[in-house]
Design a protein around this ligand. Structure first.
Ligand SMILES: Nc1ncnc2c1ncn2[C@@H]1O[C@H](COP(=O)(O)OP(=O)(O)OP(=O)(O)O)[C@@H](O)[C@H]1O
Length: 504
């Protein structure tokens, strides 16, 4: 049983209360004393024993109340901390001044490939297999701003912050491992707000000027908009800008990534659920994005990944302008503009039956196409300079300049991951560079290219298939022959050849 005893602030009162428990033979597991409260964890104390000792506790001068509670504040804080840590996608850990791990999150255990065994107390050097980092951290009193680290083939940027005690003495440090493929997100978070309009869309190339001009026009028309473009080209930024100049700009812009959630979760996120819709559901039900964005815009990213079931439900919203929460009876009017985005060839998906044709036409009333970074010429430099500025401001150091050789290297790089990849690389380069100038080597262009963005699995597969089939086709120049060689069905091969425009 756990107790909360509220008392006056009197010297020695805690000892007197504990003496009562000792007299009653109660085994005390933990005690916490915080301003007017004495919290006691007494695992063996049952209701009968509690009834017997109550009077004696109240007999101690200054005791005001005695109640039972579920958790001691310390345990409650530990639970909150655990939940907080496990909610962080980036690996995070704290080490003591000797370099031993004091606390860490699941993402860190996963990053080093650790199974269930606890890492607490283990040395950081041993856990990450990097003696230099642990030594440097100690030497610099955990004030090192950033450092590269590779764990099981994945690149991270280590950010260290000292843990200081009252007198300013350094007691250890907190390490945050930013995945190289995600650090650019911090920059876009800084850029923030959807109400920015088109000023947020950097680029003076002809293709970007065209896009901006066209987007300005379609933004104000209150009809569904489909935004096409490779992954990381800025589709969401365009969607936000369109919302920001539309008459809906004062209402919310809410986004759902259709590829990120399993069908049932995506369904309740989008449509919400009624009270008692399923076990574990929130008591009074929960509104979905369509309801919460009333008057605004719902952005459906990666619409090509939406399941056929949800496609049918979305079609009904677009046709009737109404929907019901999951498990709900009441019809709700959907006063939202649907803006969707995809990097997938939706027309091919329609032909293959993976995407509903009727929905395709409903979503595609207006269309914008965002050009790939490699088609934007000198915009690459404009973007890079802008990202250098924001990265330097965020880290708190002067913005380094790009050398002429770096500018050439950036302009000729193939940028498979587009603006997001550029953003990540710039952030990493600015953080790691010691000098006033960024050289080509700081960008590690080659390494980044061999590490495609986590989001573009399908693009990578498509690129592989296209390359593989176009090399094999001349050797086996018919879909039947190719199918026999590859051990695939004739239809599957014929579809792929058509998809990639191979063999006429
Ligand atoms: N023209 C631009 N000017 C400034 N920042 C840009 C521009 N285009 C893209 N970005 C930045 O690049 C990152 C990727 O952009 P965004 O998320 O909009 O791409 P996306 O095409 O929606 O990606 P995905 O296909 O993966 O959903 C964001 O941080 C965004 O702020």
């Amino acid at each position: 049983m756990r107790l909360d005893i509220v008392t006056e602030n009197r010297l020695g009162i805690t000892q007197e209360v504990l003496a009562v428990l000792t007299r009653h033979g109660v085994d005390v597991g933990a005690v916490e004393v915080i301003a007017h409260h004495i919290y006691i964890d007494a695992p063996s104390l049952d209701t009968t024993a509690f009834g017997r000792l109550q009077g004696d506790v109240f007999a101690v001068a200054g005791v005001r109340s005695l109640t039972q509670l579920d958790l001691l504040p310390g345990a409650w804080r530990r639970l909150q901390l655990d939940a907080l840590l496990s909610a962080l996608a980036d690996p995070v850990l704290a080490i003591d001044e000797r370099g031993a791990i004091a606390i860490y999150n699941r993402a860190f255990a996963d990053a080093i490939g650790c199974d269930e065994t606890s890492l607490i107390g283990r040395s950081l050097a041993e856990a990450i297999g990097d003696n230099d980092l642990a030594r440097d951290l100690g030497r610099q009193q955990f004030r090192q701003v950033a450092r590269d680290l590779t764990l099981r083939g994945r690149a991270y940027l280590v950010e260290a912050r000292p843990i200081t005690a009252d007198a300013g003495t350094v007691r250890g440090g907190v390490l945050i491992l930013h995945a190289a493929s995600r650090i650019g997100e911090r920059l876009s978070a800084l850029q923030g707000g959807e109400a920015q309009g088109f000023a947020a869309l950097i680029g003076e190339s002809a293709v970007m000027r065209d896009l901006r001009a066209r987007a300005q026009r379609v933004a104000t028309v209150d009809a569904p908009l489909l935004i096409r473009g490779e992954t990381g080209t800025g589709k969401e930024l365009v969607a936000r800008a369109c919302h920001g100049v539309s008459h809906r700009r004062d209402a919310p812009f809410l986004a759902l990534n259709c590829a990120a959630l399993p069908e049932s979760l995506a369904e309740s996120e989008l449509f919400g659920y009624a009270a008692g819709a399923f076990t574990g559901a929130q008591k009074g039900g929960k509104p979905g994005l369509l309801e919460m964005a009333q008057g605004g815009t719902v952005f459906l990213d990666e619409i090509g990944e939406m399941s056929l079931y949800l496609q049918a439900k979305l079609l009904r919203v677009l046709n009737d302008g109404r929907f019901r929460r999951v498990g709900g009876e009441r019809e709700i009017r959907a006063d939202v503009r649907i803006v969707s985005a995809t990097h997938r060839p939706l027309e091919d998906m329609v032909r293959q039956g993976a995407f509903r044709e009727d929905l395709y036409y409903r979503l595609n009333v207006l269309q914008l196409s965002v050009p790939a970074l490699r088609e934007r010429g000198e915009d690459i430099l404009l973007l890079a300079e802008n990202f250098v500025g924001s990265a330097a401001a965020q880290i708190g150091k002067p913005a380094p300049r790009l050398t002429p050789a770096t500018r050439d290297a950036l302009l000729t790089a193939p940028w498979p991951g587009n603006v997001r990849q550029l953003q990540n690389m710039v952030f990493r380069a600015v953080t790691l560079a010691d000098e006033q100038a960024l050289h080509p080597a700081d960008f590690d262009l080659h390494a980044e290219q061999s590490m495609p963005d986590a989001g573009c699995w399908q693009t990578a597969l498509d690129a592989f298939e296209r390359d593989y089939l176009s090399r094999l086709y001349p050797l086996h120049p018919s879909s039947r022959k190719l199918a026999a060689v590859l051990g695939l069905s004739h239809t599957a091969v014929a579809n792929k050849l058509r998809k990639y425009g191979i063999g006429g």
